[in-house]
Design a protein around this ligand. Structure first.
Ligand SMILES: *Cc1c(COP(=O)(O)O)cnc(C)c1O
Length: 416
């Protein structure tokens, strides 16, 4: 049966699973009279660190802030190389540019869209040999330091990267690791939780996002997790103006008015109002993840035998966070392209999104790094056929069925 346009109203692509429990927690903070960073924030940091098995957690107002603070704490400076992939959101590479450092992109694995470990290894080896041809063509003169200072893998859709291999490459080249785990709470691979990775001799942080569409949300928010006490201390200091003492210790009972600015820091602290919401979201994370995994299973069942659709691949031993359900169209099997497919779904009331427009296709990175579309063929090809379907815990079974039916209806209508 072909579903009529707009049957059942519009199903949004994303919607936070948030209710009166979060509202009560926020109201308690408002009534307490202490709105900014304080006791709730410290509690959220402790609980989150415990949830992912990290030694230290610093709550901030975005994942972007967490990644910026990580690179600062790890000593990234002008002319350094930082290796990452183009298959990510703007934030991952922009924080590298904040330092006038140079993002060196590596293509992705066609199955997971996570960084291709063989190509990462090759690129890092070339940078270690000071092979300047491994650098972005328009940025060769801007680079003063090879080998790379940091490697930034992205756990796309919440599917964990091959962390042991990535940490090995980092260890062999003296690079640090900053994981973009914006999609990856909670996720694990071979029983190792994303956020808890430790590797001898590699300094690292793992950065999470609590943006409104992410797996747990505080509206806006982020968390930097690390085993490195020095990195944690530096990030905390720089998250609040580089002041040797935060507002909490200044304005609390018995606090001192004295503080000293020891570096030109940033304004990245998380307010207690957000942390209180985060604590409630954290307590619901297991149930919300289970529901997203259930939705993914239903989508897989509905689509895996359809020759024009490719369902997501999950590496052996991985438990993804299922932040995204990245469906891919086999364009040779249907007469419409991905863009038209999205229009057809939208006309039938299904909200979707695309992850990601690879960074090397954006004007800023074309102009400033000199990359061309053909430089990362896997990233470009996956982007062109990708459609992210709604996957959030407040979806009803009927919502899920409707997505399945509508996708299959559109496939049937345009099958070659
Ligand atoms: C959302 C997102 C970010 C940024 O998170 P914010 O909390 O909004 O700063 C970073 N990387 C990826 C891959 C993302 O999807």
């Amino acid at each position: 049966m072909v579903s009529a346009p707009d049957a059942g109203g519009f199903l949004p692509f994303a919607r936070p699973d948030i209710d009166s429990e979060e509202a009560e927690a926020a109201l308690d903070v408002i009534r307490s009279g202490w709105l900014t960073t304080g006791a709730r924030c410290a509690e959220f940091e402790r609980a989150f660190a415990e949830a992912v098995g990290g030694a230290h957690a610093v709550a901030v107002n975005s994942c972007t802030a967490a990644m910026h603070l990580s690179l600062e704490a790890l000593g990234v400076t002008r002319g350094d190389c930082v290796v990452t992939t183009p298959y990510t959101f703007a934030a991952t590479a922009e924080v590298i540019r904040y330092f006038d450092a140079v993002p060196v992109f590596v293509d992705v694995d066609p199955e997971t869209c996570n960084i291709d470990v063989d190509q990462l290894t090759e690129t890092v080896e070339r940078l270690c040999r000071r092979d300047r041809a491994a650098l972005p063509p328009a940025a060769r003169d801007a680079v003063s330091a090879t080998p790379p200072r940091v490697v930034m893998p992205v756990h796309v859709a919440g599917v964990p990267c091959d962390l042991p291999a990535i940490y090995d490459v980092a260890a062999s080249s003296g690079a640090a690791v900053v994981e973009d785990a914006a999609h990856a709470f909670p996720a694990s691979i071979d029983g190792r939780i994303v956020g808890g990775a430790v590797a001898d001799g590699v300094r690292s942080t793992v950065c999470f996002s609590f943006y409104a569409t992410k797996t747990i949300t505080t509206g806006e928010g982020g968390m930097l997790v690390t085993h490195d006490a020095e990195v944690a201390d530096r990030a905390r200091l720089m998250s609040l103006h580089g002041m040797s003492r935060g507002a909490w210790t200044r304005y609390a009972e018995g606090g001192s008015w004295r503080y000293e600015v020891v570096a030109p820091g940033f304004k990245y602290n998380m307010p207690d109002l957000m942390a209180a919401i985060g604590l409630v979201q954290l307590s619901k994370a297991t149930a919300m993840t289970a529901r997203r995994a259930e939705i993914a299973r239903r989508y897989n069942d509905a689509f895996h035998e359809e020759p024009s659709l490719q369902t997501p691949s999950v590496p052996q031993g991985a438990a993804p966070a299922w932040h995204l359900y990245m469906l891919r169209l086999r364009e040779e099997a249907v007469s419409i392209d991905r863009g038209q497919f999205i229009v057809e779904l939208g006309r039938r009331g299904i909200g979707t999104s695309v992850h990601f427009i690879p960074l090397h296709l954006h004007r800023y990175y074309r102009d400033h790094l000199g990359y061309r579309p053909k430089d990362f063929p896997v990233a470009t090809a996956q982007f062109e056929r990708e459609i992210s379907l709604p996957i959030y815990s407040s979806m009803t079974d009927r919502d899920v069925e409707r997505v399945c039916e509508t996708v299959l209806d559109v496939v049937d209508l345009y099958r070659r």
